[in-house]
Write a protein that binds this ligand. Sequence first.
Ligand code: ADP
Ligand code: MG
Length: 611
Amino acid sequence: MKTIMKNLLILAAVVVTVLLLPRFVTSNYWLNLINLSISFSIACLGLNIVLGFAGQLSLAQAAFWGVGAYTSAILTTQLGLPVWAGMFAAFFMAALCGVLLGIPTLKLSGHYLAMATIGFGIILQLILVNEIWLTKGSDGITTIPSPWIGSLELKDPGAFFYVAAVSLILLSWGTIHLKNSRVGRAFMAIRENEMAAGAMGVDTTYYKVMAFALSAGYGGFGGWMFAHSGSHYISPDTFSFEQSVILLVMTVLGGNGSVIGSIVGATLLTMLPEVLRFLKDSYMMVYAAGIVAIMIFMPSGIAGLVKSMPLTLRLRTWWNADSRGGRQVGGGASPRGTYPGKKAAFQPEDCAGSGEVLLTVKGLAKHFGGLKAVDGVDMEVRRGEIQALIGPNGSGKTTILNMLSGLYVPTAGEIILGGAAIAGKKPHAITSLGMARTFQNIRLFGELTVLENVLIGRHCHSRAGLLASILHLPSQKAEEAGIRAKALEMLEFVGLKGKEDAQANSLPYGQQRLLELARALASDPQLLLLDEPAAGLNAAETEALVDLLFQICTRGITILLVEHDMNLVMNVSDHITVLNFGRKIAEGPAEEIEKNREVVDAYLGTEVGNA
Ligand code: ADP
Ligand code: MG
């Protein structure tokens, strides 16, 4: 089935449901409850963006919900603005609060954000209760108007339902697109591994603030809906910390990270207490026990359970059956030579090297308290070469790579990449200047698919912003197609073709290393930093890696390689720098280093030829 047909089918099903629902549900009580659950669903969709996508715990969603409700209620009752204007004001006011709260706190780790959000909720409660001139204090705001369409007032819950349903559909549609976009993937990369996200070109602070602000905006929108429907009355106690916890439970119960799950969780927990009312006094106990049971038996929420059911898996395969056709890359596999075993078999002129210096490091130092992990290292890497950085454990190799890639700020020294001074710059800025890396301890985005991992590697070469991603604009679609083509090419290049949909952490160890390499290559680096790429690989995998290193080099990419496998180092390197105790003890072509007495004593122990 063509994608467009599938979309039309979904749209038709949704439209029919929305049109028919008020015909079957005629009681105002239940219609109001449905509207309330839609208001919660929208707040939960927002919470899912910051918690489910970006992995940041916020305990203020009810507060943002309250900001939206009060903003619109005040503007419409006191200033007489139209309710539709109140809707935009509610969204933007809550989002603004999200930005103001997010900027100072999101630079810190998760717990601080959670604490700050609780504090924000408490402050908001105090304002709502005490600023009586504005909020009417504990009495709350009454007779909040309904929205109008032309001369039609949408006061009846059955009429308001259409506003609520259309809003929910549009926001869910936008959020699903967001999840599958560059911006959504940046959020999820932060959740999975913030350090790797930065090294792949994602400006982590910016995206965390963006996720938080958007989440707050959704909360505000839900609040607008709450204020202008149901009892048309709001008071401070509705927007409490307890309500934030309930929204959190709804989101997690539905399935953290799942758009549909947020809606299911919110609807279920709004309806369930009503359905269980016949149990009289014991209903709260049954309700609570039900939630605890779901949490225990469905750790990934309702969405997780549904996804893993055999029927869903079959439906999914059928549904995806031919959209896959478009995902194949043209052309056959790139020819792969076998590991030559000796450097001589590889012609240096195969590399696009020009002999020009690409990276210059001068007097580079990193001290951790009294420990001089790196102590005044000078080094040059020439374009097109494979340069190795070797030394005993703890000699400062990884620390140098961390400074080069921006994860550590050097204590002293200069780093110049292609003429630009990069010491102390943020990792994402360095990535966009043409440097990419892999990690000694593999840092993949484990819960994401193989393809998504590589797509994130392309982040710095794409531009689509939040709005383009949510609206799925043609420019964003075209860019996305380009990113996919590049990512698939990279997967094929490292030999992972066919694994696109596997979860990254389900791959065997050797393939995880290859995936990390493909992700780094997707950013089209000039300089590739590899931190012990052969660690943990078996002999055959190491041979394939050597071959791959040569092929990378042939593509004109310069490599700085940290590695302990001396046969590999001696076979591939043009140039070697040797470290000991944070200092450079030798430097030169592989043949010279093998014979250098100091290097043999400090590191090699015995000459490589005899090893
Ligand atoms: P290598 O990669 O050469 O094995 P590293 O660069 O990882 O060595 O470490 C060099 C030294 O710096 C080690 O003594 C290590 O314990 C120390 N070190 C590295 N990172 C940190 C850190 N974040 N805080 C404190 N000490 C560190
Ligand atoms: Mg190391």
